[in-house]
Design a protein around this ligand. Structure first.
Ligand SMILES: NC(=O)CC[C@H](N)C(=O)O
Length: 304
């Protein structure tokens, strides 16, 4: 029997000497203001009990971790048409890379890199009229924080400097793979990335996937099959061009974001969230990656 409270404490002890390592993302200027000397860890057991350590209640920018939840929302609508607009293969390239998208005729490799997530947001927006609103409602319900919201300063900073994301979206539009005007979809995309959460909240929200699509209130968002699909895409694509390294080192489906957060799923057991603002060259948090590896060693949990 694994004692999750004890595991969280032991993870913090192991990570303490590394706190502050890595480089805070500065290509989104507002993210560059975050103090790198912070670290939070939380594990939510399948029964909903959360055990945390360190800066477990400090909020940070969700960034690309949001892509898992927009994908879940798109699939929850039974919308198989999304798979004509985005593939399901690891990209092996940076999360905001352009060149593969041109070779592959404007169809992104997967929904967890920027181009793919922009397509998913575009599809949700076209189908529902409010992609950000749907995501915010879902995350409010699943994190248990009714005040969860977008950080407007970060959203504005993303938009002001979002040249690459605009380039990706316009390239896809040139291939006929955008349904809304580029600026409208990107407005929802930038704001979805700028939602703030703590690791405690993120771990709780991750239970949606650990419970195979069941929401906190017991209702079903995703079929078990679609929940499994989301988790499989996290394993193969969730850490961009380090997804193979993550599978090797951690052995759990993960999704990272440049805010320094990483969500990992242990199906039927727990959801784990780790956060440290300093990133490695691939844009994955140094301390959060180490923390998940340590958690895996302590518990012996891996999907392999
Ligand atoms: N990897 C990430 O977290 C990237 C998300 C970020 N908002 C971007 O679009 O560049």
């Amino acid at each position: 029997m694994v004692d999750l409270a004890d595991a969280a404490r032991r993870v913090l002890d192991a990570i303490r000497p590394h706190i502050g390592e890595g480089k805070v993302a500065t290509y989104i200027p507002a993210l560059g203001n975050v103090d790198p000397h912070q670290f939070g860890f939380a594990v939510a057991g399948i029964d909903g009990t959360v055990h945390g350590a360190g800066d477990q209640d400090v909020r940070f920018s969700l960034q690309s971790v949001s892509k898992v939840f927009t994908l879940a929302l798109a699939l929850s609508r039974g919308d198989e048409a999304i798979w004509r607009r985005v593939h399901r293969e690891p990209s092996g390239t940076a999360f905001n890379s352009l060149f593969q998208l041109e070779f592959e005729h404007g169809i992104p490799r997967n929904p967890l890199i920027n181009a793919g997530a922009i397509v998913v947001t575009d599809q949700l927006l076209a189908e529902t009229g409010d992609a950000l609103g749907l995501l915010r409602d879902l995350l409010r319900a699943e994190t248990g924080n009714p005040d969860l919201d977008v950080d407007r300063v970060i959203a504005a900073s993303e938009s002001e400097t979002g040249h690459r994301n605009r380039a990706l979206a316009h390239l896809m539009a040139s291939f006929g793979n955008m349904r809304n005007p580029v600026e409208q979809t990107l407005d929802h995309y930038f704001r979805q990335c700028s939602i703030t959460v703590s690791v405690t909240e993120l771990a709780r929200a991750g239970l949606l996937l650990a419970r195979h699509g069941l929401q906190a209130d017991g209702s079903r968002l995703l079929s078990p099959q679609d929940a499994r699909r989301v988790v499989s895409i996290m394993l193969t694509c969730g850490a961009y061009d380090a997804a193979g390294e993550f599978a090797y080192r951690i052995g759990l489906p993960c999704k990272s974001g440049v805010g320094g957060g990483i969500l990992a799923i242990v199906p039927d057991r727990c959801a784990v969230a780790a956060w440290g603002p300093g990133l490695d060259a691939q844009g994955n948090s140094v301390t959060a990656t180490l923390a998940l590896g340590t958690f895996g060693s302590i518990t012996g949990w891996s999907i392999f």
